[in-house]
Design a protein around this ligand. Structure first.
Ligand code: ATP
Ligand code: MG
Length: 318
């Protein structure tokens, strides 16, 4: 089976506060575990959109690890290069949401199985055939081992003529912003497309305005910057153009994973070699459907669901 897309990075379970505005540091109820990790949500969404894809990552030999691997396999992700370690436990993220839309995490990642990506897993035969390698800034931030695995994967894919897509997915809880900028630079200058949110673009570029930030990100070398704007849709920047693409109105149940699912839709659209506006519209539909279910991966839609939305639903203004 020839894989078109591979992602590499943290696999973890997410354990969420049941209600909003419950700080993590007080006794109360949680729901989960849910299979998660930004690159894992991305690859699961790619598989559900019907594209051959695989994942490189590590879990512990425990029920959380099995839950993640079974979930990815069920949705069609190749898990040949996911390894399971007996002396490490599977990564965990605790998360709570506040009514202003912000969220707070406690991570157990850098010393968990999630960060133990071995050189042998970054296999050049496996990676040299892929068309897109998708990386997340969170994976660069976990620890040095994981960061080196990301850089090595980029080197192999680029050398073989494949392309890189990059979601900065900044997690200041994991590393300070100066360090994040430094470690993101080699990826920004090697990638075809960057997919930030407004806050991420501003933090990464060091500007006050998201549009200026996207222009600055283009200077690193990517062909395209796709700015995710939540319920407002997305703006797509190239050296020549800015394309504003409106969202599909939906009832938001859980925003987790929208950005990762948008990335999946965008990469699948690029693989199909569609014009950028069509790519973004498709990605907006994948992101919109993702927020309609509770749990990070639960909303990842099938190709039929996305096609139906693109065909039948009006866009909201914007
Ligand atoms: P994440 O929480 O995964 O980090 P993000 O901030 O990277 O998300 P968002 O901008 O929240 O990404 O969502 C990605 C895309 O999904 C948006 O650009 C939009 O197209 C779609 N989307 C997200 N939320 C909504 C919504 N409430 N209604 C309609 N579409 C939405
Ligand atoms: Mg969001």
């Amino acid at each position: 089976m020839r894989l078109q897309v591979v992602s590499l990075g943290e696999l973890l379970v997410e354990i969420m506060r049941e209600k909003v505005d419950q700080p993590l540091g007080v006794a109360g109820t949680f729901v989960g575990p849910f299979a998660s990790g930004a690159p894992a949500i991305f690859i699961d969404a790619v598989a559900r959109l019907g594209v051959n894809c695989g994942f490189i990552g590590t879990v512990g030999e425990d029920d959380f690890g099995r839950l993640i691997v079974e979930r990815l396999e069920r949705d069609g992700v190749d898990t040949t290069y996911i390894r399971s370690l007996s002396d490490y436990t599977t990564g965990v993220a605790f998360v709570t949401y506040f009514s202003d839309g912000s969220r707070k995490f406690i991570y157990h990642l850098s010393k968990a199985a999630s960060g133990k990506i071995d050189k042998d897993q970054v296999d050049s035969d496996y990676l040299s055939k892929v068309k897109y390698l998708h990386l997340m800034g969170s994976s660069l931030s976990i620890n040095e081992e994981c960061r080196k695995a990301c850089y090595e994967a980029v080197r192999i894919v680029k050398e073989a003529g494949g392309k890189i897509s990059f979601d900065p997915n900044l997690r200041p809880e994991l590393l300070g912003i100066e360090k994040i900028r430094e470690i993101s630079e080699p990826i920004l200058s090697s990638c075809e497309v960057v997919l930030p949110s407004g806050e991420e673009a501003k933090m990464l570029a060091g500007t006050k305005d998201a549009e200026d930030a996207c222009q600055k990100l283009l200077e690193y070398g990517p062909e395209t910057v796709a700015l995710k704007r939540g319920e407002k849709g997305s703006w797509i920047f190239t050296a020549k153009d800015k394309i504003e693409v409106a969202s599909f109105p939906v009832k938001e149940i859980d925003p987790t994973g929208a950005g990762d699912c948008f990335d999946a839709g965008f990469v699948v659209g690029l693989l199909r070699e569609w014009p950028l506006e069509k790519v973004a519209r498709f990605a907006n539909a994948v992101g919109a459907l993702a927020v309609t279910k509770k749990g990070p991966m639960e909303g990842a839609p099938t190709l039929e669901e996305v096609e139906r939305m693109v065909r039948t639903r009006r866009w909201s203004g914007g």
